[in-house]
Write a protein that binds this ligand. Structure first.
Ligand code: SF4
Length: 356
């Protein structure tokens, strides 16, 4: 149960004033965002938080919803040991289809399905460590070119760690506009969820992506056992790397994974977390991505009150998503346009918790 422990978390007028201050150009500090996480569900402070988050969204990123989708171009048997992931090395989850690198017919089907769900961009996701120069990079670039020529949705990629700058440059040349690569969590918590690669490798990959000129999609997963301080540490790092899109995933504790025993995050806590992230990341595009159906259940439509301005739709990765039409109804009920075109927003791509 969440408890109000400080003045900001229990002071609706102060929260409303903070939102006004952010809109006037004075950003929220990490300490203030941390206090916001302690707002009690159902309190007047929580209502002020949601109202403020929507005002901030409208002021900085507008009310047009961005919609993206992802497809696994290579699923399963990953070398990495991310503890939340069904595809990880050591995972005993077998509730999804393992696939080799996708062929042309499957590429055509995936783009049609994404377009039918309202997505303008499709993230191509592969379960592996990442990309090295040589035949692997050649194969990846050929696939990206094929997606580009299809023309139905924009091909974005989420292909793990990059060996060097040349890999990023070649992927951009092949036609990828955006590279998704999550920070996953706070640096201080990363060692708890993965030991086969480091946080520093992730940051280095992000620097290659930015230098190549591709847009950056980078966020992470909450509800993996990190504390509230670490949630703000994570969001602060996201603010520092300045991604064009930040997907926030919620842990979906899949049986057979190392985090399968952790209960899904409380829906109220998840809503307050999203709204506090909007205060701290006032001018970023914030997406609700994986795990939302498990956390919010029949309250899924409430995510729009938190100041998010993007969603992941369709059947993604190893779990099923919610139908595009249902999202449209919820978005429009909250005064959001659905969908906006991703072309207007370079970098509105996809990076879910697995992989990336
Ligand atoms: S998140 Fe990606 S890198 Fe990590 S285990 Fe899953 S597929 Fe592999």
């Amino acid at each position: 149960m969440t408890t109000a422990t400080c003045s900001l978390a229990s002071d609706p007028a102060a929260i409303t004033a903070l939102a006004g201050r952010i809109i006037a150009g004075d950003p929220c500090s990490p300490a203030e965002a941390r206090e916001l996480l302690d707002a009690a569900p159902g309190s007047a402070a929580a209502e002020a938080l949601f109202a403020g988050a929507q005002r901030i969204r409208e002021a900085f990123v507008g009310n047009r919803l961005r919609v993206c989708s992802v497809v696994n171009v290579k699923a399963g048997n990953c070398s990495e040991n991310c503890s939340y992931c069904a595809q990880a090395s050591g995972s005993e989850n077998d509730g999804y289809k393992r696939t080799k690198w996708m062929d042309s017919e499957e590429i055509a089907k995936a783009t049609e399905s994404a377009a039918a769900n309202g997505a303008k961009a499709l993230g191509l996701v592969a379960a592996w460590w990442g990309i090295k120069e040589g035949t692997q990079l050649d194969m990846v670039c050929d696939t990206i070119r094929e997606f580009s020529q299809n023309g139905k949705v924009r091909p974005d990629v989420n292909l793990g760690i990059l060996e060097n700058q040349r890999c990023a440059d070649r992927i951009k040349e092949a036609g990828a506009a955006v590279y998704g690569h999550n920070l996953e969590t706070a640096k201080s918590f990363f060692g708890n969820i993965c030991s086969t690669h480091s946080y520093e490798e992730r940051l280095k990959t992000i620097s290659y992506i930015k230098k190549s000129g591709m847009g950056l999609c980078s966020g992470g997963i909450v509800g993996m056992g990190e504390n509230r301080d670490q949630r703000i540490e994570f969001a602060e790092q996201i603010r520092f790397i300045e991604p064009q899109m930040t997907p926030i995933n919620f842990l979906n504790p899949l049986p057979g994974t190392k985090l399968g025993h952790i209960p899904p995050m409380d829906a109220d806590e998840a809503l307050i977390t999203l709204a506090a992230f909007r205060f701290l990341l006032h001018d970023r595009n914030l997406m609700v991505a994986g795990g939302k159906e498990v956390v919010f259940k029949d309250r899924l439509g409430e995510v729009f009150k938190t100041g998010i301005n993007a969603i992941m739709v369709g059947n993604y990765l190893t779990t099923l998503g919610t139908a595009g039409e249902q999202w449209r109804a919820w978005a429009e009920a909250h005064g959001l346009e659905f969908p906006a075109t991703c072309e207007e927003l370079p970098g509105s791509a996809c990076s879910t918790g697995a992989c990336g």
